[in-house]
Design a protein around this ligand. Structure first.
Ligand code: HQG
Length: 185
């Protein structure tokens, strides 16, 4: 392992930008399932003034705190496992969630969530976690964190499809307010 934590974070953020939101930033194109050829990506990073070696890329993918990126089985392609705003079909199969999942948000969003449920915004899905701690740190990014409890099994019974990404994030199109337990409610 040769990179500092700071260097790893910088590379991870640039990869998130390119592989989820703005492939143009490295002059690359994603295929329908979000994959890009690793050599093309490395060349694109170099052209964008963000040179990364294959060894450094391997280190970032392997050590990434949320396992945000994955290689194809043969190691020649890479994609983000979830979190895209560009149009891709990650090909995840519907899966059975635990009875309860968690969503971390900031307290200032609560009134709007009570009115509209959880909306996916710029992303393809609403992101949910099987762990309270993960949800808390997600909510902390936007302000005072609040963890909402989502009755996932009841949603499945009502016909909502859930997907789970390779890195363990639960994904759903929308969470209607009826399936959300709010704090002090
Ligand atoms: C909120 C990170 C008002 C929602 C994390 C959230 C996650 C509403 C924000 C992943 C709302 C969207 C996703 C409504 C939802 N009214 N606010 N009706 N419905 N919201 O970043 O879930 O580091 O798009 O609560 O760890 O925070 O990128 O989604 O606060 O896994 O890999 O609108 O991103 O992962 O924010 O985070 P986001 P998120 P990475």
């Amino acid at each position: 392992m040769s990179l500092s934590t700071n260097q790893r974070t910088k590379i991870s953020k640039f990869l998130s930008l390119v592989l989820r939101h703005q492939p143009d930033a490295a002059g690359v194109t994603l295929d329908d399932a979000g994959w890009v050829d690793v050599d093309e990506l490395l060349a694109g990073c170099g052209r964008a003034g963000r040179a990364v070696t294959r060894v450094q890329l391997d280190e970032v993918v392997e050590t990434n705190d949320k396992k945000r990126f994955e290689f194809s089985a043969d190691g020649t392609r890479i994609r983000a496992s979830q979190g895209h705003s560009v149009e891709v079909d990650l090909g995840y199969q519907a899966a059975s969630p635990p009875d309860v999942l968690y969503h971390g948000t900031a307290d200032r969003n609560l009134d709007s969530i009570r009115a509209k449920g959880l909306l996916k915004g710029q992303r393809h899905h609403v992101h949910l976690s099987a762990e309270v701690d993960t949800a808390t740190s997600v909510g902390q990014r936007y302000g005072r964190p609040v963890v909402l409890h989502i009755r996932a099994a009841a949603m499945v019974a009502a016909g909502h499809a859930f997907y789970v990404s390779t890195n363990g994030v639960w994904l759903v199109e929308h969470v209607p307010t009826d399936f959300i337990s709010f704090p002090d409610a």
